[in-house]
Design a protein around this ligand. Sequence first.
Ligand SMILES: C[S@@+](CC[C@H](N)C(=O)[O-])C[C@H]1O[C@@H](n2cnc3c(N)ncnc32)[C@H](O)[C@@H]1O
Length: 271
Amino acid sequence: MPHSSRRPGKPYHPKRVISETEDGWSRVEHTAPTRYGSKPVVGSSLPAVDRSLTVQKLLDEHTRCKRQWVESEARRWLQQLLTRQMAEGGWSLNKAVCVALGSPSLSWANRLRSVWQLVMFMDLVDMDADELKLYAQEPRFTSLDKDFLESLGVAVLEPPQAEELADESTLIFIPCLEWLLELPFMLVAEKSQLYVSSSMHWVIDEAERFRNRLAADSKSDTPVLKQCDSAMAAAKAILDTHQENKMPEADFADGHSLALTIYTLKHSDED
Ligand SMILES: C[S@@+](CC[C@H](N)C(=O)[O-])C[C@H]1O[C@@H](n2cnc3c(N)ncnc32)[C@H](O)[C@@H]1O
């Protein structure tokens, strides 16, 4: 993964099975290809639900974070960017999907970062003049998370519903997902107007590194090699067709890094 709130010294080292570490970071040790790429293996040792939380407490946290977010420089930057980059006649979006939010209610180090990311996702949607239907997909959502999201008007999807739903009219918001799992979304994002993700440069680097390792192994898995090539090609296509806008750091966010990259489709008069 390209970043975390605690800024780990180095990213994970992909091997072949995608497994989840307790803090939500993915580790690839062996792939299990599906129609939509590689299926995540969610570890059995998830942290417990924070029993002190209720839907109301999560809503209060959401309100507190939102209050800080709307006053922030990062939010002003985002608003100005979207106004500047908006296609003539506005964005033609009809839904917004948040993928890989993490769980706001599990007792893990980045619980609050999920709340912050949700605030950003919902605010980004509010910046669009159209009424967008909101969705979120995260295999770690607890029933409390689902009730919390539904109380905010966000419909919860089960994998791979988000992969099936996402199309060119979708605002796709992915605050950190293992790159092989991001592939189906990147393929759609090549043509979509607004794509929020970590970094396509990071995807290219990781996919290339993984590919080189596989290629050096005589028993290497050809479908996975192909997935590496597809991920590199899709990330490059997004860089070609979109403006890349790196969000400034928002260090006020309870110590969490919220920096994401906003990819806006180039207008026909732009290179
Ligand atoms: C590195 S964590 C990021 C969590 C949070 N957004 C953050 O920045 O701290 C990656 C998340 O992707 C989730 N994930 C794995 N496969 C997924 C899928 N197919 N759809 C949605 N989320 C998925 C994992 O459960 C995990 O919470």
